[in-house]
Design a protein around this ligand. Structure first.
Ligand SMILES: [Mg+2]
Length: 368
C-alpha cells in the first residue's frame, strides 16, 4: 500500500456554547484532519489540540508545524505503508502527541478500510453500542448548571460529569444531588487543586461520586496517591496518564484506581491500546475521554471504547452537543444514552466534504 498523498486540513467549527473548565474558556473547536491516500483508498485521522493550549501545551499552530516540518517528511522518508511502520517512525520522533495521533489514526482507518473491516475489529474491540456520559463545564451559576444537566439528561446520557475548581464543588454537587437524586455523578478538576486541599476533597465522599478525575496537576503522582489513600471515591488520572510509562508509575505508586484514556493525549491508538492492556493486567478499569475531538476523533474513540476493559461511559457525546456542525456523516448521535457505530469499514463515519470545505481555514497537500 504505497502512500500517494497526505493532506492536512485545518478546520475551525464554532461551539454551540462556550465551554469553561478550570483552565479557561473556548468558543471554537479547531481540528487538523489528516488524510492519507493510498491504493485508491483514503484514511482519515484527526489531530485535535484545543486553541490557546487549553489542555496541554500543544496548539493548532504548533501541531500543524510539527506535522508539516517533522512527521510527514519522516513518514515519507521511511516509506511508511502501515500502522506498524508509522508507529516505528513516531516512536523515533516523539514530540506532540496530538500531531502523532492525527497521523497514526489516519493509518488505522486506511488499514481497516483496506481489510474491509470496521476499525474496532482491528483494535480488538466488539460490535457493541457504547454508553455515553454528559460532561458539563463550569457555568456562571448553579441555575445554569442545573438547566444544562436537565436539558441533556432528557437525551438519556448514562452519567453526569461536572468540571470543578476550588469554590465550585460542594455547592453545585449538593444542588445536583438534591435535584436529580442518585444519578451516576463524577467530577473533573483538570488539576485545579493542591495537596493542602486533601481534607476538603475527602469531604466530596459524601456525594457518592463515581470518580474524581485529576484533582492535582498532571505530574503530581505522589499527591494523587496521598489523596487516594484517604478518600473512598476512586481517583482517576487524565492529564497525569500521559503515556504508558506514566501509567506504570501511577500503578506502582497507587496514585489512582481508574484511568481516562484519550487517543490525543497518548499519541494514537496503539498507545491507547497499550495503556488499556497495562491497566487490564492489574485489574484497573479504564474509560475513554475526549478533548472533545471533532467527529473523526470522536468516532475513533467510540471504536476504542468497545474494548473489554472500558468499563464506564465515554465522554463522546452527540456531535450536536458541542458543535454547530461536524466533519462526518452521519453525525454522532446518542440515543437513550447509547451510541451505535454505523455499519461500514474503517472509522465507519465518512468525512463530510461539504462541511469540511465550509469550516476549512487552511489546507496543504504533501507528496513523497
Ligand atoms: Mg479530564
Amino acid at each position: 500500500m504505497k502512500v500517494e498523498r497526505i493532506t492536512l486540513t485545518h478546520v475551525r467549527i464554532p461551539l454551540v456554547k462556550p465551554f469553561r473548565n478550570s483552565n479557561g474558556e473556548v468558543s471554537e473547536k479547531d481540528g487538523i484532519l489528516v488524510r492519507v491516500d493510498a491504493g485508491g483508498l483514503a484514511g482519515t485521522g484527526e489531530a485535535s489540540p484545543m486553541s490557546g493550549s487549553f489542555y496541554f501545551d500543544d496548539t493548532p499552530a504548533s501541531v500543524w508545524k510539527f506535522l508539516t516540518e517533522r512527521l510527514i517528511p519522516a513518514a515519507f522518508a521511511a516509506k511508511v505503508d502501515s500502522v506498524a511502520s508509522v508507529n516505528r517512525v513516531l516512536e523515533r520522533t516523539g514530540g506532540s502527541p496530538f500531531a502523532r495521533a492525527g497521523l497514526e489514526t489516519a493509518f488505522w482507518d486506511l488499514e481497516a478500510r483496506a481489510a474491509g473491516k470496521p476499525l474496532y475489529e482491528l483494535l480488538g474491540g466488539y460490535n457493541v453500542p457504547v454508553e455515553s456520559g454528559l460532561a458539563v463545564g463550569i457555568t456562571t451559576g448553579i441555575p445554569a448548571l442545573i438547566g444544562t444537566i436537565e436539558k441533556y439528561l432528557a437525551e438519556g446520557y448514562k452519567r453526569v460529569k461536572i468540571k470543578i475548581q476550588p469554590g465550585w464543588d460542594v455547592g453545585p454537587l449538593g444542588e445536583i444531588r438534591q435535584r436529580f437524586g442518585d444519578i451516576p455523578l463524577m467530577v473533573d478538576a483538570n488539576g485545579a487543586y493542591a495537596r493542602e486541599d486533601i481534607p476538603h476533597l475527602c469531604s466530596l465522599d459524601a456525594f457518592g461520586l463515581v470518580m474524581i478525575e485529576q484533582p492535582f496537576p498532571g505530574n503530581d503522582l505522589r499527591g494523587h496517591a496521598d489523596l487516594q489513600m484517604k478518600i473512598r471515591t476512586p481517583v482517576c488520572l487524565d492529564e497525569g496518564a500521559e503515556d504508558v510509562a506514566a501509567v506504570r508509575r501511577a500503578i506502582r505508586m497507587k496514585s489512582c484506581r481508574l484511568v481516562n484514556i484519550k487517543i490525543q493525549r497518548v499519541g494514537g491508538l496503539a498507545n491507547a491500546i497499550a495503556v488499556h492492556d497495562l491497566c487490564a493486567s492489574v485489574g484497573m478499569s479504564v474509560w475513554a475521554g475526549t478533548m472533545p475531538e471533532l467527529g473523526i476523533g470522536g468516532a475513533q474513540t467510540l471504536h476504542l471504547a468497545t474494548l473489554p476493559n472500558f468499563s464506564y461511559p465515554t465522554d463522546v457525546e452527540s456531535s450536536a452537543r458541542w458543535f454547530i456542525d461536524d466533519v462526518i456523516e452521519p453525525l454522532i448521535t446518542v440515543r437513550e444514552g447509547m451510541i451505535s457505530i454505523p455499519a461500514g469499514t474503517g472509522n465507519c463515519y465518512e468525512p463530510a466534504e461539504a462541511a469540511i470545505g465550509r469550516f476549512r481555514i487552511a489546507e496543504r497537500v504533501f507528496k513523497p
